[in-house]
Design a binder for this molecule. Structure first.
Ligand SMILES: NC(=O)c1ccc[n+]([C@@H]2O[C@H](COP(=O)([O-])OP(=O)(O)OC[C@H]3O[C@@H](n4cnc5c(N)ncnc54)[C@H](O)[C@@H]3O)[C@@H](O)[C@H]2O)c1
Length: 387
């Protein structure tokens, strides 16, 4: 076992994702000891000097910056990790790629398809390793779902349905824009639930069930105007508060997706279900260690939904954790993605989803928004197997 190679991280943004990624980098070496590369927390960057200094101290970064361009320009950084709001993904990713850094980027890849295209072009041209943090793929129960689908146990797939429901923007007095509320400001976020929540559902769906080829969508903005925290003015709300779409997958199955921030009582209800000719599976983020499985081929008197507690050592990632029966949490998906990225660097292979893979999700998001605004079906332009 060799442990002498380092991957020096420059992390931009020290909010929610800055914490999950930092936790991932800090713990990955302890739980994945065979990895050749170890992340080194070299520099963290955020615009407020006080908060970034405190963050650097708390999480053990060697230094901090308040200007991301300085991070990108530093020659003691191997990889730039983008944990900032969506409007800064493109400039940071392109500058990092041009500087020859590996680029890890939070989802959604970009606000628009045009931005995403330029980002893909930049990492390809620079030939740098890249990945997008669609972390739900790396929860063991979701990875097991992928293994079950790929094994053919479900048979021909007829239906895929997914929800991502929240309730945090129902209050009409909630402002938009600025710290903590950039998701409600269309200029910062690009879109509302489509890019924020459905992007996760679409990424998982195409990974599990292949390309989404066309969509028919509707969106709604329930609160039309909100005070903008940065301008101090009441301004129109440009994001979609809710989005529902249905679609065709390339394999002939039908998809149904719903996301909203107006489902009272739901904080982060991400669920998916797949119905095949022989079997069905379903998963719920609120019970993330479990995968539900129904197999029609079971003997009829015992046939029923099984609740698989995905905690055994022969199930995905679980040999790295505790003993069978003991669950893990949301944060582990980021540790797993850090591990998979380090492994990919070691092997010189792509770490999926790459920017190119995440661009396919952007194509679907863009088609969904276009379909909703024109009240018509839209082709996504996505085809072929999805990684
Ligand atoms: N994978 C997931 O499940 C998941 C979950 C939440 C958020 N995200 C994504 O992560 C990204 C960040 O979201 P968040 O919830 O961490 O946001 P946040 O508001 O909690 O944190 C954003 C951070 O970026 C900093 N920042 C903003 N602009 C900057 C700039 N120009 N230069 C340097 N720092 C800047 C802010 O100061 C803050 O520290 C978004 O793209 C979001 O969509 C992904």
């Amino acid at each position: 076992m060799s442990q002498n190679k380092t991957l020096r991280i420059g992390l931009i943004g020290c909010g929610f994702m800055g914490r999950t990624h930092s936790n991932g980098y800090k713990r990955v070496g302890d739980f994945f000891p065979a990895l050749e590369y170890r992340p080194v927390l070299k520099v963290v960057c955020s615009r407020s000097e006080k908060s970034v200094r405190d963050f650097a101290q708390q999480w053990g970064y060697e230094s901090f910056e308040t200007d991301w361009q300085k991070v990108v320009a530093r020659d003691d950084i191997d990889a730039v990790d983008i944990c900032t709001p969506n409007d800064s993904h493109e400039p940071i990713a392109i500058a990092a790629a041009k500087a020859g850094k590996m680029v890890l980027c939070e989802k959604p890849l970009s606000r628009t398809l045009a931005e995403g295209n330029r980002m893909v072009e930049a990492v390809k041209k620079a030939g740098v390793a890249n990945t997008v943090w669609y972390n739900y793929r790396r929860l063991p129960a979701v990875t097991l779902a992928k293994q079950i689908v790929d094994s053919g146990k479900l048979g021909k797939i007829f239906h895929y349905r997914a929800n991502f429901l929240q309730d945090w923007t129902i209050n009409a007095n909630l402002p938009q824009g600025g710290t903590g509320l950039w998701r409600i400001d269309v200029d910062s976020a690009g879109s509302g639930v489509t890019g924020d929540l459905l992007a996760h559902c679409i990424d998982t769906a195409m990974w599990l069930n292949g390309a989404i080829i066309d969509v028919s969508a509707m969106t709604e903005t329930f609160i039309k105007q909100r005070l903008h925290q940065l301008t101090g003015k009441v301004q129109p709300v440009g994001i979609d508060d809710a989005c529902i779409f249905h679609c065709h997958f390339e394999n002939g199955s039908l998809g149904l997706f719903e996301s909203t921030r107006y489902a009272r009582g739901h904080k982060a209800l991400y669920t998916f279900e797949i119905n095949g000719e022989h079997a069905s599976i379903r998963w719920d983020l609120h019970d993330l260690n479990r995968l539900e499985y129904f197999d029609h081929r079971d003997e009829s008197i015992v046939r029923g939904w099984r609740s698989i507690h995905v905690t055994d050592g022969d199930q995905p990632y679980m040999d790295k954790w505790w003993v069978p029966g003991l669950g893990i949490g949301y944060e582990h998906s980021f540790i797993h993605q850090a591990a998979d990225f380090l492994k990919s660097v070691e092997k010189g292979e792509a770490c999926h989803p790459t920017f190119e893979d995440a661009l396919q999700t952007q194509k679907v998001c863009e088609a969904v928004l276009a379909s909703a605004s024109t009240k018509s079906w839209k082709n996504t332009g996505v085809s072929g197997s999805q990684h």
